[in-house]
Ligand binder design. Structure first.
Ligand code: NAP
Length: 351
């Protein structure tokens, strides 16, 4: 198969750089267009971007000229790492001009006809695209989104438990990395020696996105019926570079044992891996039995950053059980998921 030509919107930002890193090693895609804000349009990418990943900037993108985020990009699909504000209009314009848009932004996540996709969990939601194209009058273009970086880790960890035992209530407290706020993000004087107990808009996303993701797609009506458990989230920014940690308490529909819950994580299988998608890992949920895991510096790279690590599963004195969840926010929680969304569409013959 010839690689599909792809563009990156917001290519100079934290998530944009992670896209470049992941896509430069991907056999199914080739980067042919990079786009960012007006202030960088016309510059060589190596001049426009303050590269912040430990892996070097790939040679193939250094001399690409940064373009405006508009139709005219030389590619079939775009990965969007734009802030929500500009993403709102830009993504619609590109989709209506025929581009497949895979977005990390929150702008269209909760639109009724837009899949909010975690490919290991809810690939069936791609069925929404037929309705999306029909109702919006788009021939080839579409928008597929992936969730907020904290919703991502939580929802992947909940999925095996939801399927096996059902969920009634979830209480989650996050400890979120600085890179989740983009660049330059949180000023150092606000975060060093400190914890900031507010990330605007985050708690609302965590209360709603998991319900859409774990909802059921009804092919006859082309609609989603959301899951109906309650999520209460408290979100905090902590002085960690990458990796969102979450303390989760949950109440189940059907009572079980700690051993059965751990077995559900171990037995969780995913379709993108069985289809041979290059970014998929065999175990999307990894349970660590050590008493003091997961930890960001030890576990954020699990499964090349695509696995969600769970630990400390134990009875909860208020709900049924509690556990600690960790995921890499710019890989699993952003660019890695978006690339896997596109791979799933290729593997399913939808691209
Ligand atoms: P970031 O580091 O601030 O990067 C933003 C990018 O968007 C830059 O390339 C910037 O270009 C470009 N941009 C800003 N305003 C623009 C405009 N008006 N028109 C065109 N381009 C514009 O942000 P980020 O952390 O990468 O996040 C990107 C998106 O992913 C956000 O929607 C965020 O919520 C979402 N997300 C982030 C994470 C994470 O862990 N960081 C996780 C999940 C989802 P210039 O450099 O030219 O200004």
């Amino acid at each position: 198969m010839e690689p599909i030509e792809v563009g990156i919107l917001g290519a100079t930002g934290n998530v944009g750089q992670q896209f470049i890193h992941l896509l430069s090693n991907n056999p199914w895609f080739r980067i042919t267009a990079l786009a960012a804000s007006e202030r960088n349009v016309g510059k060589r990418y190596s001049e426009a971007c303050a590269w912040r990943l430990s892996a070097d900037m790939p040679a193939a993108v250094r001399d690409l000229i940064v373009q405006p985020c508009e139709p005219g990009l030389n590619c079939q699909i775009v990965f969007s790492a734009l802030p929500a504000g500009p993403a709102q209009e830009i993504e619609l314009r590109l989709a209506s001009a025929g581009y497949g848009v895979f977005s990390n932004a929150s702008a269209h996540r909760m639109d009724a006809d837009v899949p909010l996709l975690i490919p290991e969990l809810n690939g069936a939601h791609l069925g929404l695209l037929a309705h999306q194209r029909e109702s919006r009058g788009w021939d080839a273009g579409f928008i597929v989104t992936n969730p907020n970086c904290s919703s991502m880790g939580l929802t992947v960890a909940l999925k095996p438990l939801y399927d096996a035992f059902g969920l009634r209530r979830v209480i989650v407290t996050t400890m979120q990395a600085i890179s989740g706020a983009g660049y330059p993000g949180v000023p150092s004087l606000d975060i060093l020696d400190n914890v900031v107990p507010l990330i605007r808009g985050e708690e609302e996303k965590m209360a709603t996105e998991p319900l859409k993701i774990l909802g059921a797609f009804e092919p006859t009506s082309g609609t989603l019926v959301p899951a109906s458990f309650a999520v209460s989230a408290s979100c905090n920014r902590v002085a960690v570079r990458d990796g969102h940690m979450e303390s989760v308490s949950l109440e189940l529909e059907r009572k079980t044992s700690v051993e059965d819950l751990i077995r559900a994580f171990a037995e969780f299988r995913n379709r993108p891996f069985s289809l041979g998608c290059p970014s998929a890992v065999e175990h999307a949920t990894v349970y660590r039995a050590e008493a003091d895991r997961p930890q960001p510096i030890l576990d954020r790279g699990a499964g090349r950053g695509m696995a969600v690590t769970i630990g400390r599963l134990r009875p909860c004195e208020v709900l049924d059980y509690k556990m600690t969840v960790l995921s890499h926010n710019t890989i699993r929680g952003a660019a890695g998921c978006s690339v896997l969304n596109a791979e799933l569409m290729v593997a399913e013959g939808l691209l």
